[in-house]
Design a protein around this ligand. Structure first.
Ligand SMILES: *Cc1c(COP(=O)(O)O)cnc(C)c1O
Length: 357
């Protein structure tokens, strides 16, 4: 059994039961290993169907949407979403809230679109979510990142617009309730809150399929290719999909997304209270935009970093080092992280403050 407190930003922590079931299936899945079964076998087709169906259940996906498990990660999603959403305007609006948004913008341009950055928080090292901006109606879509994994900010409400919305939800999908009907495309790399690396989830409004105006859209990058083949156009990442399915079963058996959201809120409240009430630390993100998934904070006195690092490492905590573009610390608290791990971290922070007082 894994024994450390994993605050890593991704690949993600998953429930222990899921690791156990996944390892059992590596040895024996109906008499074969899950690693050797054919993706065309009835056994795997059943897994794929359940994995797609569980997404629909977990997020109350309305009729008229297709769920796909593809490869290439969210990073290919940047390009695929732009190509597939290319419409009559050949123009797209992007909200720039950090490193991942910046990469999405680059791929929007690579897809041949005219890109308009309608809002950005780059002026303050992406420590807030822009508000009160306009999304001109002559755009084929607006793209944004719901949760900024690196900078620790999160959209608490989504833009209200008639322009079709495309969202990279890699690091907060299944962490809170959303209204899928507000979006034309949602995509998310599995390894932040869904499953092991190797697959990227797409939830796509069927109306947009086959309507791309992108000249000569490559077969593989056309979402309609995958929809028509029930997400098995070519060999899908069988194991990642299987484990994602197990994790979604676990999520549903534990109250679904609404209960996960409550647990995530309790964890985030606990940690941010500790950051705010501890004189040694300060949060880096604007308070109203703080992410419930990735909490970023720094020491008031930078020179104590090594000492604090040693303390949390000794307590069995891993993955707390902040991304180099923010520095300090980042506590990623994905669905499977137990609140007891956050309690351990808070104790260490308090101990550190007492020691230094
Ligand atoms: C990790 C991450 C990505 C990149 O995902 P890959 O699957 O590695 O390509 C994109 N967007 C966000 C918000 C992320 O957190």
């Amino acid at each position: 059994m894994a024994t450390k407190h994993n605050f890593g930003a991704g690949p993600c922590i998953l429930p222990q039961e899921v690791f156990k079931q996944a390892s059992d299936a590596v040895l024996d899945f109906n008499g074969l290993s899950i690693l050797e079964i054919s993706h065309r076998s009835p056994d795997f087709i059943e897994v794929m169907e359940e994995a797609r169906d569980l997404v629909k259940q977990a997020l109350n996906v309305p009729d008229g949407y297709t769920v796909l498990y593809l490869q290439g990660g969210a990073s290919l999603g940047f390009l695929m979403s732009a190509m597939n959403m290319s419409g009559k305007h050949k123009k797209a609006a992007y909200i720039n809230t950090g490193a991942w948004s910046t990469k999405a913008i680059k791929e929007g341009k690579n897809a041949g679109l005219e890109v308009e950055v309608v809002a950005s928080s780059e002026d303050k090292n992406f420590n807030y979510i822009p508000k009160g901006f306009d999304i001109p109606s002559d755009n084929d879509f607006v793209h944004f990142t719901s949760n900024n994994t690196i900078f620790g900010t999160q959209f608490k409400s989504f833009p209200k617009t008639d322009v079709p919305m495309v969202c990279d939800m890699s690091s907060d999908i299944f962490s809170r309730e959303i209204n899928v009907a507000d979006f034309d495309i949602i995509y998310a790399g599995a390894q932040k809150n869904l499953g092991p690396a190797g697959t990227v989830l797409f939830i796509v409004k069927e109306d947009i399929l086959g309507k791309s105006t992108h000249p000569g859209i490559p077969t593989y990058l056309d979402l309609n290719t995958h929809h028509k083949k029930d997400s098995s156009f070519n060999t899908p990442p069988v194991f990642s999909i299987y484990v994602s399915m197990l994790n979604l079963r676990h999520l549903m058996a534990n109250g679904g997304v609404s209960e996960a959201e409550k647990r995530n809120q309790a964890k985030a409240d606990l940690l941010y209270n500790a950051v705010d009430n501890n004189p040694m630390f300060k949060g880096t993100a604007a308070v109203e935009d703080r992410s419930n998934m990735n909490a970023t904070f720094v020491l008031e006195n930078d020179s104590l970093t090594e000492e604090f690092n040693q303390m949390w490492k000794d307590a069995g905590i891993v993955g707390l080092k902040g991304h180099r573009s923010v520095g300090g610390f980042r506590a990623s608290m994905y669905n499977a992280l137990n609140i007891s791990s956050v309690e351990t971290l808070v104790e260490i922070m308090n101990e550190f403050a007492l020691k230094k007082a």
